[in-house]
Design a protein around this ligand. Sequence first.
Ligand SMILES: [Zn+2]
Length: 320
Amino acid sequence: MNYIIGIDLGATYAKIGIVGKDGTIIARSIIASNDTDDYLVFIENAATATDRLLADNNINRKQIEGIGVGAPNSNFFEGTIEYAHNIRWGHDKIVPFTDIFGKKMNIPCLITNDANAAAMGEAKFGIAKGMKNFVEVTLGTGVGTGIMTDGKIMYGSNGMAGEFGHCKIITSRTPRRCSCGSIGCLEAYCSATGVADSGRETLALYPDRPTSLRRYNPEDITAKIIHEQALCGDRVSIEILEETGKLLGKAFADFTRFFAPEAIILFGGLTKAKDILMPAITESYDEHLIPIYRDKQKILLSSLPEYDAAILGASTLITG
Ligand SMILES: [Zn+2]
C-alpha cells in the first residue's frame, strides 16, 4: 500500500488527489460538488471519479491505504457532514459520508473539517513544521479555524470544535447576517464574501464619497476587485481592507487569550491582500493583547500551495 487519496470537498468543487507517502501529489481530478440535491448521487460521482483517476495512473484500490476528506461542517468522530449550509445535498441533514463512501470504495475513509485539514497539512508540510500549538485561519468564502493543541487537532466533545469564524465580534457596526444564520459573526465581515459586502455597504452609506469602486455594479464587487482598486490607490478600498485587518487582529487577540498559540497562520484567497491586511492585523493584534502575551506569538502566512493544501492536509488523516 503506497498511496493515500486526499479529497478537498468544497462548496463548488471536490478536488481528488493521489498522494504519495512523502506528500507528493501524483495526480489530481476535479468534479462538481454542488450539482445535485441527492448526496448518494454525489458520492457515486466521487467514487467514479476516484476509480477513473486510479485507472489513469495504473494504480489499483489495493495500493490505497486510506481516503482522507476535508469538508465543511464535518464531524471527525461520526464521519458525517452536518448541515453544511453551502452544499445543496447536505444543507438540511446529517450525511453519513465516510460510511457510505468508504464501503463503496472498500477503503478506510476519514473526514475532518476543511480548516482542520489545512492545519494538518501546514503542520506536516508547511510553515508550522515543528509547532505543537497553533491555529490555521482560512480566509476564503468563509472564515475557518483549525486549532492544533499539543500536536493534535482540537475536536472538542462532539468532533466539531473550532468554529471561531462564527464568534459574534461585531456590535457597533451595521448588523450583518452571516451564512450560518446568526448576526455579527467574524465571517460576515472578514471573509472574502464579507469584504465584498463591506464594499457594497460603503457605496450605499456614503453615496457622495469618490471611489473607483463606483465603476462596478455593486453586485459584481468582489474582494479581488477591492484589492485591485486598493493597489491602484483607491482610498475607500484601502480603508475597507485596513478595517478588515483591524477586526481580524482584535479577534486574534481574543483567541490568544484562550489558547496562547505559538502562531496564528493565515491561509486562503484573501491573503493575496497581505500587503495591506498584515500591517493592520499586527497593529490591532498588538494593541489588544494583554501584556503576558506580548512579543510571544507570531502571525504568519501559510507556506502551502493554495490549490493542494486541503488535499495534502486531508491525506494526513491517514498517514498521521
Ligand atoms: Zn456565522
